[in-house]
Design a protein around this ligand. Structure first.
Ligand SMILES: Nc1nc2c(ncn2[C@@H]2O[C@H](COP(=O)(O)OP(=O)(O)OP(=O)(O)O)[C@@H](O)[C@H]2O)c(=O)[nH]1
Length: 217
């Protein structure tokens, strides 16, 4: 998937940023960034979530940064996720850093050994209260699933962030990853008096599926 560095306002096929006559299409907006090494599957995860499809075949690295919107409904609230897909290649790092500050949610998509370097970068460039989630992608391929569950769990515990294994190919946990961030953003945006507190790590733990559950897909 190719991208256009720095363009955020218009894209083919994206709804314009204006309310339809019957009212706004969403109640709140959150910006989410996908970070991780080149080739771990960030673009594929976004396409799986947004369009329900898997991009197989030739790998085309993202150039700079690209974005897609999707509105999800969590607990009756429509949350528009503006999801930024960043290039994993080192040479685009200065372009992507410029976008860190604006994002409320960050997904770290790993298909490689867990790299605390990405977490360090987030702490350096992002908002202090950013929501972070650590993901081990390509859970459908045991040989390519380089991030071992235990390593991912350990790193996630160390940084106090949720961890789960995903597969853009089978769709395993993809919806859950984005919905969990949407839920957290909705919770932060305005908690009702009678609403129980929301803990994203507990939520992810209670909902996530293990790779073994997809062995027949
Ligand atoms: N088997 C399998 N292959 C995947 C999965 N996700 C991505 N791939 C493959 O991995 C390759 C890289 O995927 P991309 O989504 O383009 O990777 P990326 O992280 O966006 O890479 P950059 O744009 O360079 O940062 C592609 O050939 C995909 O088909 C997955 O969950 N399972």
């Amino acid at each position: 998937m190719t991208g256009t560095p720095g363009t955020a306002a218009t894209r083919d096929g994206e709804a314009p940023e204006r309310s339809p006559p019957c009212g706004p299409s969403h109640d709140l907006t959150g910006k989410v960034m996908l970070l991780g090494d080149s080739g771990v599957g960030k673009t594929c995860l976004l396409i799986r979530f947004r369009d329900g499809a898997f991009l197989s075949g030739t790998f085309i690295a993202t150039v700079g940064i690209d974005f897609r919107n999707k509105v999800v409904t969590v607990d009756g609230v429509r949350v528009k996720l503006q999801i930024w897909d960043t290039a994993g290649q080192e040479r685009f790092r200065s372009v992507t850093h410029a976008y860190y500050r604006d994002a409320q949610g960050k997904g770290l998509w790993h298909g490689a050994t867990p790299q605390p370097a990405w977490l360090t970068e987030i702490h350096e460039y992002a908002q202090r209260d950013v929501v972070i989630m650590l993901l081990g992608n390509k859970a459908d391929v045991s040989s390519e699933r380089v991030i071992r569950s235990e390593d991912g769990e350990m790193l996630a515990r160390e940084y106090g962030v949720p961890f789960m294994e995903t597969s853009a190919k089978t769709g395993m946990n993809v919806e859950l990853a984005f919905l969990a961030i949407a839920k957290e953003l909705k919770y932060r945006a305005g908690r009702q008096a009678d609403e129980p507190s929301f803990q994203i790590r507990d939520y992810v733990e209670s909902q996530k599926k293990r790779p073994s559950c997809c062995s027949f897909l």
